[in-house]
Design a protein around this ligand. Structure first.
Ligand SMILES: C[C@@]1(CC(=O)O)C2=NC(=C\c3[nH]c(c(CCC(=O)O)c3CC(=O)O)Cc3[nH]c(c(CC(=O)O)c3CCC(=O)O)/C=C3\N/C(=C\2)[C@@H](CCC(=O)O)[C@]3(C)CC(=O)O)/[C@H]1CCC(=O)O
Ligand SMILES: NC(=O)c1ccc[n+]([C@@H]2O[C@H](COP(=O)([O-])OP(=O)(O)OC[C@H]3O[C@@H](n4cnc5c(N)ncnc54)[C@H](O)[C@@H]3O)[C@@H](O)[C@H]2O)c1
Length: 217
């Protein structure tokens, strides 16, 4: 089952500082969460990231699981190339009811990472083979990315921004979910708004949306 994790303000610990850690940090940076890396060595890309982004680094080899009681994380991601320590961390986290992921152990992890096609941080499309073939996920991602870039337009992304603003206002000014849905759909179909989006006139589009919503009956 593919779901999206809401990690806003969550405390996340990543053990290890190699390629896998780097991939996980890059995904986590898309949300406002508190990231701490514990590793005896970190690669140059992560070092660069720690200089520009808010990431804490504890430079040490993890030999036991005491860090869990000390740091009290909401989630632990272990990415070391040491199977034994990864397993110890998984077991300890599970005992404490902490969400845990290990790069070398999909079976014992609480979630998976699909291949992601991202459009301007506004739309994410996930490709997942249920752990059967990560390499095929990557290949299908690369193949579909080209086709999807032709299908999903700049105007679609702008319409999402319009819909976001419209939904918020709709919840305030329209009483029933059915009416809100009908109104949001009519905004999506509105030729004038469509043209304003195409012309890059976002402020005017928003104004028109606001008028439609406030006069909705
Ligand atoms: C899609 C992607 C997303 C991401 O990582 O963010 C991803 N792996 C990617 C690449 C990749 N990973 C590996 C190779 C080498 C070739 C190969 O093995 O196929 C390549 C290809 C390459 O690098 O070219 C090795 C590998 N992968 C796993 C293990 C551990 C194990 O199997 O035990 C091992 C070590 C195996 C060993 O020891 O030999 C496990 C998982 N990898 C997953 C995701 C999850 C299942 C996803 C699915 O089923 O769709 C899962 C189950 C982990 C999870 O649940 O999160 C990302 C592409 C990102 C992109 O570029 O788009
Ligand atoms: N899920 C996936 O898609 C995927 C893909 C490739 C590899 N893997 C698995 O992920 C693991 C890591 O791969 P990688 O490419 O990041 O390896 P890597 O060698 O680049 O990085 C390993 C990191 O772990 C650190 N480390 C090792 N032992 C430690 C300890 N006790 N305490 C703290 N830090 C420690 C090292 O210093 C290094 O920074 C491998 O076991 C591999 O099987 C998973």
């Amino acid at each position: 089952m593919i779901v999206n994790l809401n990690l806003q303000n969550k405390k996340i610990i990543i053990i290890g500082g190699g390629n896998e850690a780097q991939k996980r940090i890059n995904s986590l940076l898309k949300q406002e969460c508190d990231i701490t890396i514990i590793a005896d060595s970190i690669n140059s890309q992560i070092t660069k990231l720690t200089k520009t982004k808010k990431i804490k680094v504890i430079k040490q080899k993890v030999v036991d699981t005491k860090f869990i009681s000390k740091l009290k994380p909401n989630m632990i991601i272990t990415t070391t190339n040491d199977r034994k320590i990864n397993q110890k961390i998984i077991n300890a986290a599970k005992k404490k009811g902490i969400t845990v992921y290990s790069s070398d152990n999909p079976e014992d992890s609480d979630f998976s990472n699909p291949a992601i096609i991202d459009f301007e941080n506004m739309i994410q499309i996930a490709i997942f083979t249920g752990g059967q073939s990560p390499a095929m996920s990557k290949k299908i991602k690369e193949k579909s990315e080209k086709a999807l870039k032709k299908t999903i337009t700049k105007e679609d992304i702008a319409q999402i921004k319009i819909q976001k603003m419209a939904r918020k206002l709709a919840k305030e000014v329209i009483d029933t979910p059915d009416q809100r849905r009908e109104c949001l759909r009519s905004i999506m179909r509105d030729n004038e708004i469509d043209q304003l989006i195409k012309d890059g006139q976002m402020k005017k589009a928003e104004k028109k949306v606001s008028t439609i919503l406030r006069n909705w009956k």
